[in-house]
Design a binder for this molecule. Structure first.
Ligand code: NAD
Ligand code: UGA
Length: 469
């Protein structure tokens, strides 16, 4: 029986390994993590992440060929294939602060693998890493290797949160990069055989190591760039009377462009787009490619601009002040169908409104009060000036209440901001909400989910992204 161990039981490690276990009954999969609470949650009925479809798969496989454990060294030493799926956040201090990827967790995992291994291993980069990381990992692993052979593969993950299981069941592609030596090819083949249990062969792409590492950064940069492009157009739509939905539809009909990922929004969030682009920018700068670095930097600048623009729109529409006014925030997660709040645009929007002394009442279907308070009081590095860490004053965070119901959040409010596109927000009883609000009642739809005409008929003053006022 092939044994797989995955280091890192997070948003990627958990779902990816659960699907491998489901699709490959002949493989034993152990997911290990240094976080005991996270492993305990994976072993309970309350999994540590909200992801549609994951509960059923974990229930089906856990204890059979899927195990969650804190016995990191034991499972690593027994495995044939080790996936490393640890976090790779942006460095906040030292060389490359504010841009470069922090590989501390990766390096410590690699050192541990080198320490405990007693047989040959295939080590798979599942985390998103800078191009050329495999070279560094190879050095760490083979230094003092006691004759053990390691093959490093790059197998970046392309799943999106909220649709992780669908994405893993039928991926657009699985990418495997390896050394072009006979041993490298053998390792690539071994990993390909794992995926071949359910992924059609023509969707499994084999490349060299550096292409695989760079393709992941490139794919995220292209995706984020599409959102910044459509968001930049949304500002022009508002200035000219064009409608971004109509423009996006017309543009996306060109088969060379395609219709997906063209939804204008309050800005993109999530743990990866910003971090991976900053990482790409840093790599370009290190290679002396200033113009290329500046091109990609602009994608993040436009995203920041979009979030600021939204806050400015709220404040200026509400007679240039939101001081002391109750504003309902509907949605805090960075997108629907996840409870993840990493880099959610809601953080910047809420901080902007609190900066203008608003009183916020926040409702999200999956995000807890603790998590919202943590996000709002956490130091957030400013990627453009990493030395200045932005910290919300404790007094401002006191102006936040977190509730479990959209009607309670909006009761007595002067305005509503929709910041996540949860389906529930499309079908709320807006007449009832309007009746219980202060007048004039404002609604700022940061996700373009509401029926603007219907709401205007009710009496709301509605602002949507990129639409005529
Ligand atoms: P995460 O923070 O949810 O999970 C990482 C886990 O690794 C944590 O539970 C942490 O405790 C554990 N860990 C860290 N160091 C460890 C060590 N030395 N030994 C054992 N466990 C350790 O992160 P994530 O969202 O799953 O992302 C992981 C990687 O995958 C990142 O590089 C990310 O860029 C990439 N990625 C993420 C997504 C996504 O949708 N979240 C998608 C594709 C790729
Ligand atoms: C993204 C990529 O889609 C995945 O392929 C990739 O694996 C992953 O990053 C990663 O490397 O972490 P994710 O961040 O989970 O996945 O979610 P997306 O669906 O890409 O959404 C990202 C952000 O963009 C969200 O805030 C979303 O609301 C926003 N978005 C998305 C828009 O504003 N408009 C759109 O048209 C699409």
């Amino acid at each position: 029986m092939v044994k797989i161990c995955c280091i890192g039981a997070g948003y990627v490690g958990g779902p990816t390994m659960a699907v491998i276990a489901l699709k490959c009954p002949s493989i034993e999969v152990a997911v290990v993590d240094i976080s005991a609470p996270r492993i305990a949650a994976w072993n309970s009925d309350q999994l540590p992440i909200y992801e549609p479809g994951i509960d059923e798969i974990v229930k089906q496989c856990r204890g059979k060929n899927l195990f969650f454990s804190t016995a990191v060294e034991k499972h690593v030493s027994e495995a044939d294939i080790i996936f490393v799926s640890v976090n790779t956040p942006t460095k906040t201090q030292g060389l490359g602060a504010g841009k470069a990827a922090d590989l501390t967790y990766w390096e410590s995992a690699a050192r541990m693998i080198a320490d405990v291994s007693k047989s040959n291993k295939i080590v798979v980069e599942k985390s998103t890493v800078p191009v050329k990381t495999a070279e560094a990992i190879e050095k760490i692993l083979t230094h003092n290797s006691k004759g053990i052979k390691y093959q490093i593969l790059s197998n970046p993950e392309f799943l999106a949160e909220g649709t992780a299981i669908e994405d893993l069941f039928s991926p657009d592609r699985v990418l495997i990069g390896g050394r072009e030596t006979p041993d490298g090819q053998k390792a690539t083949q071994a990993l390909k055989e794992v995926y071949a249990h359910w992924v059609p062969e023509d969707r499994i792409i084999i490349t060299n190591l550096w292409s695989a590492e760079l393709s992941k950064l490139a794919a995220n940069a292209f995706l984020a760039q599409r959102i910044s492009s459509v968001n930049a157009m949304s500002a022009l739509c508002e200035a000219t009377g064009a409608n971004i939905s109509e423009v996006a539809h017309a543009v996306g009909k060109d088969t060379r462009i395609g219709p997906k990922f063209l939804n204008a929004s309050v800005g993109f969030g999530g743990s990866c787009f910003q971090k991976d682009i900053l990482n790409l920018v840093y790599i370009c700068e290190c290679n002396g490619l200033t113009e290329v670095a500046n091109y990609w930097k602009q994608v993040i600048k436009v995203n920041d601009y979009q979030k600021n623009r939204f806050v400015n729109r709220v404040v200026s529409s509400m007679f240039n002040t939101v001081s002391g006014k109750k504003i309902a925030i509907l949605g805090f997660a960075f997108k629907k169908d996840t409870g993840d709040t990493r880099e959610t645009p809601a953080i910047d929007v809420c901080k902007g409104l609190l900066g203008d002394k608003a009183q916020l009442s926040i409702y999200d279907l999956q995000v807890t009060e603790d998590q919202i308070r943590r996000e709002l009081s956490m130091k957030k590095f400013d990627w453009d000036h990493p030395i200045h860490l932005q910290l919300m004053s404790p007094a401002a965070v006191k102006e936040v209440s977190v509730v479990w119901d959209a009607y309670e959040a909006t009761n007595g409010a002067h305005g509503i901001c929709i910041l996540t596109e949860w389906d529930e927000f499309k079908t709320l009883d807006y007449k009832k909400i309007f009746d219980n609000m202060q007048k004039p009642a404002f609604l700022f739809d940061g996700r373009n989910v509401v029926d603007v005409e219907k709401l205007r008929e009710i009496g709301f003053i509605v602002y949507s992204i990129g639409k005529p006022l």
